[in-house]
Each structure stands twice: as structure tokens, then as C-alpha cells.
Design a binder for this molecule. Structure first.
Ligand SMILES: Nc1ncnc2c1ncn2[C@@H]1O[C@H](COP(=O)(O)OP(=O)(O)OP(=O)(O)O)[C@@H](O)[C@H]1O
Ligand SMILES: [Mg+2]
Length: 220
């Protein structure tokens, strides 16, 4: 008698982590990667803008250059980086059955370029759809923090080992800008309650991670 042992195939997952400056996206994405690996997934941890040679080059222009970039150019640069990243990295990884954790995605574009920079939402939605080739996240976790606390986290991180990047163009924006970005995220979460789950960041990163893992277990 022959026995056929069927390995339970893992469902491909595309999870995005969103939040304002210093909300802990990068820190929490790394913890979440460990959690999915414990569950037996092969995990790809990636970020936007970034994840490919072209997109990382665009990231440097967007975040750390001193170039003058008007809002519409900024939007196109983000979308160009996204198209490259999705086509070159994310779609092939999904096809090979990996779980993908992506630090920022299309909700960042709505929050920053629409609510922050005041560009037209319809235009942004169209470009987001095109640049992501219609791919929608399985789950999005939005890390909610007040801009004052988030920016303080980043400032404190300057003198210690940090996973984040220091001194980027958005950190130099006003508190009002960051409040608008937060409003953008909250309105996206209200609009897409099934996809976007809000996690209030906790004093200790480990406690934030516990909340995220509960959501993962509940939703997926
Ligand atoms: N809950 C927390 N309390 C205090 N400090 C935190 C917390 N979470 C993260 N940090 C620290 O805040 C800084 C920013 O965290 P992290 O780089 O993970 O945030 P981020 O959302 O990825 O930021 P960025 O906007 O730069 O991408 C780091 O120095 C990190 O160690
Ligand atoms: Mg980060």
C-alpha cells in the first residue's frame, strides 16, 4: 500500500505595514517575519520605495537628496518605483508561494501624496492601481502613533542602533503635514475595514508585536 504524504501548501500572502514616521514599521516588519517563519512560511521582507536596483535608486532621490521635487514628480517617482518592485520582485515571489511583508505600499501614497501634498485622490488611486498591476494586499496593518511621538522615536534613534533611516525629506515637514498624513491613513482604514487593521503602537515594541500577531491569527 502506498502512502502519499501531502505537504500542506501555504497560501501566498501579501502583507503591508503602514504608518507615519517612526511608528515602528521596520522594527515590527522584522518581528513579523520571524513569526511567519515559525509558522513554516518562506518570507520575503521588502520595502517601498525599494526592493530593486531601480527602486532603491529612486528611494535615495526621494528620501535623502536635496533636490527640489514638486508633488506631482514625487508621486510619479513613487509609482515608478512601485511598478518596478511589483513586477520584478513581488509578483514572482507570490507565484513561488512566499509570504511577502512589505514596509509601506499604496496606502502610504494616499496618506502622503493626497492628504499630505494635496494631490487629487482619483489620480492617485488610478496610478496606484496601474503601478501595482491590480495587486491588493491580503492584509494591511496600520501602526497608529501621534506624529509627535513618532518623530521623537526617530530623533532618539539617531544615537542608537536603529533600523530606520535618519533625516529624510518627510521628517523635515511640519507637524501639520504629519497630522494630515495620519488623517489620511485613518480615513483609508475606515474605507477598507476588512483589509486595513489599526494597531495602536505601544510603549514597548514587543507589546505592539503581540497585538499584530493576534490580528494575523484572527484574519489569516
Ligand atoms: N514602541 C516604540 N517605542 C519607542 N521607540 C520605538 C518603538 N518602536 C520603534 N521604536 C524606535 O523608534 C525608531 C523608529 O522605528 P522604526 O525605524 O522601526 O520606525 P519606522 O516606522 O520604520 O520609521 P521610518 O519612518 O523611518 O521608516 C527606532 O529607533 C526604533 O528602535
Ligand atoms: Mg522604516
Amino acid at each position: 500500500m502506498e502512502f502519499c504524504i501531502l505537504m500542506k501548501k501555504k497560501k501566498p500572502l501579501f502583507i503591508t505595514i503602514e504608518g507615519g514616521e517612526g511608528s515602528g514599521k521596520t522594527t515590527q516588519s522584522l518581528f513579523l517575519k520571524e513569526y511567519f517563519e515559525q509558522k513554516g512560511y518562506e518570507v520575503l521582507l521588502t520595502r517601498e520605495p525599494g526592493g530593486t536596483g531601480l527602486a532603491e535608486t529612486i528611494r535615495r532621490i526621494l528620501l535623502t537628496s536635496n533636490l527640489n521635487i514638486v508633488p506631482l514628480s514625487e508621486l510619479f517617482l513613487y509609482e515608478a518605483a512601485r511598478a518596478q518592485h511589483i513586477k520584478e520582485v513581488v509578483l514572482p515571489a507570490l507565484r513561488s508561494g512566499k509570504a511577502i511583508i512589505c514596509d509601506r505600499f499604496t496606502d502610504s501614497t494616499v496618506a502622503y501624496q493626497c492628504y499630505g501634498r494635496k494631490l487629487d485622490l482619483n489620480l492617485i488611486n488610478k496610478l496606484n492601481l496601474a503601478a501595482s498591476f491590480g495587486l491588493t494586499p491580503t492584509l494591511t496593518i496600520y501602526l497608529d502613533i501621534t506624529p509627535a511621538k513618532g518623530l521623537l522615536n526617530k530623533a532618539k534613534g539617531i544615537n542608537k542602533k536603529s533600523y530606520g533611516e535618519i533625516g529624510d525629506r518627510f521628517e523635515r515637514e511640519s507637524i501639520q503635514f504629519h497630522n494630515n498624513v495620519r488623517e489620511g491613513y485613518l480615513s483609508q482604514a475606515e474605507k477598507y475595514p476588512n483589509r486595513i487593521k489599526i494597531v495602536k503602537t505601544q510603549k514597548r515594541p514587543e507589546h505592539t508585536q503581540i497585538l499584530m500577531r493576534k490580528i494575523v491569527d484572527m484574519v489569516l
